[in-house]
Design a protein around this ligand. Structure first.
Ligand code: HEC
Length: 102
């Protein structure tokens, strides 16, 4: 990932989650230029766990090589479950409420 990506308008979840929440910015978690500074503390924490789980999953997937055996695939699915567990815990905690005034 390029430093500085995901900061522009419309960076969205895809790009913005990558850089915007300040992983690896050396302690600047709350101060980074990304959307993280507008997030409630526990939302940001869940975002961080999400990055960490996603990272583990990606590294494991990359390390598997061309023809993984069944045990490797099973282990990978375990990592994927860690990712989706964070999806779920965040969704259980946060909901958007649209107030359209009508
Ligand atoms: C850090 C918190 C967080 C994490 C982690 C997260 N989400 Fe979300 N997600 C949200 C929020 C907040 C919304 C908006 C919820 C709402 O509409 O009430 C949302 C909305 C969504 C929606 C749209 C739902 C709808 O009704 O339109 C989808 C689909 C979705 N998330 C999928 C995922 C998946 C898949 C993952 C994991 C791979 C994930 N999210 C991880 C916070 C998160």
């Amino acid at each position: 990932m390029e430093p500085g990506s995901g900061q522009g308008p419309g960076g969205g979840m895809g790009q913005g989650m990558g850089q915007g929440m300040g992983m690896g910015r050396g302690g600047g978690m709350a101060m980074g230029p990304g959307p993280g500074r507008f997030m409630p503390e526990n939302f940001r924490m869940m975002g961080q766990s999400f990055h960490a789980a996603g990272q583990r999953f990606a590294e494991q997937a990359r390390a598997m090589g061309e023809s993984p055996d069944a045990a490797e695939v099973t282990a990978l699915m375990g990592s994927l479950q860690e990712v989706t567990a964070v999806c779920r815990s965040c969704h259980d905690t946060f909901r958007l409420i649209i107030e359209d005034g009508s």
